[in-house]
Design a protein around this ligand. Structure first.
Ligand SMILES: Cc1ncc(C[n+]2csc(CCOP(=O)(O)OP(=O)(O)O)c2C)c(N)n1
Length: 659
């Protein structure tokens, strides 16, 4: 039996807490019936865990963000989302939150300050860091609450998010609902310590263990903690002990759960116990109970009818495509006439610096970017100029930092994340391709994050410091990919990348950083995405390239002055300037694409297909792709030289010309 201590709470508050727990319970009971009738697709039950969702949400202010999971219906109902909208969401209808694009609780809503999960569980922990960082930077004195199950705590995201939150003293309540099982995996096979709360010590963080089935303990404790965090921002780890009373999802059952465990926890049902307590204390009687239930049941059936009556979504390909990216109206800022000679590395630094002045809340995050100025010195001196709030050294935790960027964006703050080397984006791959890329399409939330990606070979740095991995991202709808080859382009395109509210991967070739110089306008200017630059003009052949390979093509043309070629530097790969490509190929009748990446699945393959599909009748020869070897990138020069497409290009060009 649960023991309650009302600690001076008024009876109205107790009744309100009771109603708030009863509502998700009754909704769920209805959903289980609908599920059996085949009227909804899948259901993750939170029955038995309502006290946590309700208690935490009640302890928060309405303008504070909550990031719930799949068993937190009580968060959504306590925030008073009209029920028909939830029902429509689960039926994939337009009154839901994702236009039928994502299911169940996989959505967020700025209107209710809720940011729902993505299936991968862990990433939202870092997103909470970003929202909390924004609160701190904007002196809002707000607390952010993020949920995870105990299973989710095994993911790297959990470790990274807690570590960052602690290092940066971010006002986050990390709420772990320890409900005994992660799918069929018991806690004994999930982690090897007594309490998850103990982990806080390792992060230098305060923690509390709370009886997650006791609504008053949840509400009172979280209320106190939230108040104290608002006064003194810091992260706190809360472990709620509870139990999952139904299957992971309804279809999977609970056969693997010992019956005595089930029976013991059934006695601790948060709703039944609280109801009995309220009755024993004379706060609730049978008449009031029936009245409350009837009201909720009525609300449910009315809203359910509304959702059932709503027409199904009619698919519209244009709308689908239009919603992948947030609309961006490019603002052209022309370059001034005064120039100075800059290396690529300086142009990027200057562009970034001017954007920091133009957007006075833009935040830079990355390893060693502050005092040290970044390993390539792009942010050298920024710390002094813009301060530690905006130029942030991060722990080594690519996932959490990408997620933090997402959280900042949710709170309206732009960020630039420096990958120390583009290769290391793999450690933050999940949030890039699943969170940043898909948010706008899923629930209309843009990810205003630029990822700077120092990349490329030719510097004898081996397999993990030389990759050019743009193709991983050009194939992911929702991301933009920019890849300049010259200082002038890099500066203007970086400014645009930062202005663009969508996630942009900005590739910077390391071998060009200090080897390529150009006269660059001194002031801030922008350049549009999706506009290639035609570096050479000729009628014999079209050469298409980007990044360092552009310079290899230029060198080849310098060496062979008789070749009359159009040389197209793509500058941005997503969006791609297909118009420039087609116009040139239709004129020359021959196309060769040179890329630094290895061949298979690289962007050259898609460009080749596009040319075949759109210019076939004007082609005088098969389209040729020239790319690096199908091996990892080796270290020593003679192997790297052999690996790269650079030295193979001339022969292939001549062969195609002779075709
Ligand atoms: C990265 C990833 N791995 C595996 C899964 C499949 N999966 C979904 S929920 C779940 C169990 C989660 O357990 P826990 O975090 O304890 O939350 P609970 O479901 O118990 O509330 C698993 C294995 C997933 N969604 N994402």
């Amino acid at each position: 039996m649960i023991k309650y201590n009302k600690k001076g709470l008024k009876n109205e508050v107790l009744i309100d807490l009771y109603k708030s727990m009863l509502k998700p319970r009754l909704i769920e009971e209805k959903m289980l019936i609908l599920l059996r009738q085949g009227k909804i697709s899948k259901w993750f039950s939170g029955i038995g865990q309502e006290a946590i969702s309700v208690g935490v949400t009640k302890a928060m202010q309405d303008d504070e963000y909550i990031l719930p999971m799949h068993r937190n219906l009580g968060v959504f109902t306590t925030r008073k989302i009209p029920l028909y909208r939830l029902f429509s969401q689960w039926q994939g209808k337009a009154n839901g939150f994702t236009k039928g694009r994502d299911r169940s609780f996989h959505f967020g809503t700025q209107e209710f300050n809720i940011v729902g999960m993505i299936s991968h569980l862990g990433p939202q922990l870092g997103v909470a860091d970003g929202i909390a960082l924004a609160s701190k930077l904007q002196n809002k004195n707000q607390v952010t609450a993020v949920f995870t199950g105990e299973g989710g705590t095994s993911e790297g995201d959990f470790h990274e998010a807690l570590n960052v939150a602690s290092v940066w003293q971010l006002p986050v309540m990390f709420c772990v609902e320890n409900n005994g099982y992660g799918l069929s995996t018991p806690t004994s096979e999930q982690y090897n310590c007594k309490d998850i709360a103990d982990r806080a010590l390792g992060y230098g963080m305060e923690s509390h263990i709370i009886d997650g089935n006791n609504i008053l303990e949840v509400y009172n404790t979280v209320n106190e903690i939230a108040k104290s965090i608002r006064k003194k921002p810091r992260p706190v780890l809360l472990e709620f002990k509870t139990f999952r009373m139904r299957g992971h999802e309804e279809a999977s059952g609970t056969k693997y759960v010992p019956q005595d465990l089930m029976d013991a926890w059934a006695k601790k049902d948060p709703l039944e116990n609280f109801q009995a307590y309220l009755k024993d204390s004379g706060i609730l009687n049978d008449v009031l109970e029936v009245q409350i239930k009837e009201e909720i049941v009525h609300e449910i059936s009315e809203n359910l009818q509304k959702a059932f009556d709503e027409e199904p979504i009619i698919s519209n390909a244009t709308e689908e495509l239009n919603d992948v990216y947030q609309e961006f109206v490019y603002e052209d800022v022309s370059p001034n006439s005064k120039t100075h000679e800059l290396r690529l590395v300086d142009a990027i630094s200057e562009g970034l610096n001017q954007s920091m002045k133009r957007h006075d809340d833009l935040v830079i995050m990355g390893q060693d970017v502050a005092e040290y100025g970044g390993v390539f010195k792009i942010t050298d001196g920024f710390l002094k100029q813009f301060g530690k709030d905006r130029v942030r050294n991060t722990p080594i935790c690519e996932s959490a930092i990408v997620e933090t960027g997402m959280g900042l964006s949710i709170a309206g703050i732009k960020s630039v994340v420096e990958m120390q080397f583009g290769d290391f984006v793999t450690s933050g791959f999940n949030p890039v391709v699943n969170y940043l890329a898909k948010s706008h399409y899923r629930w209309n939330q843009n990810a205003d994050v630029v990822l700077r990606m120092p990349c490329g070979a030719g510097v004898a740095a081996g397999p993990f410091h030389s990759q050019t991995n743009e193709a991983w991202f050009t194939k992911t709808p929702g991301l933009k990919v920019v890849y300049p080859a010259f200082p002038f382009d890099a500066k203007g395109l970086l400014a645009t990348a930062i202005n663009d509210p969508n996630p942009v991967l900005f590739f910077e070739h390391k071998a060009l950083y200090r080897s390529i110089r150009q006269e660059v306008p001194t002031d801030y200017y922008t350049l549009p995405f999706g506009k290639a630059s035609i570096l050479r003009k000729g009628n014999d052949i079209t050469i298409i390239s980007y990044g360092a390979a552009v310079h290899w093509a230029l060198n080849t043309l310098d060496k062979n002055s008789s070749i009359q070629a159009d040389l197209i530097d793509l500058r941005s790969l997503q969006p791609l300037d297909t118009e420039a490509i087609y116009a040139s190929v239709k004129k020359t009748g021959k196309a060769i694409i040179l890329q630094e990446d290895s061949l298979f699945g690289g962007i050259a393959s898609d460009i080749s297909s596009l040319i075949m599909e759109n210019c076939f009748e004007q082609l005088d020869a098969p389209v040729k792709r020239v790319a690096s070897m199908e091996t990892p990138i080796p270290f020593i020069n003679q192997l790297e030289d052999q690996y790269l497409s650079r030295d193979k290009f001339e022969a292939e060009l001549l062969k195609l010309l002779a075709y």
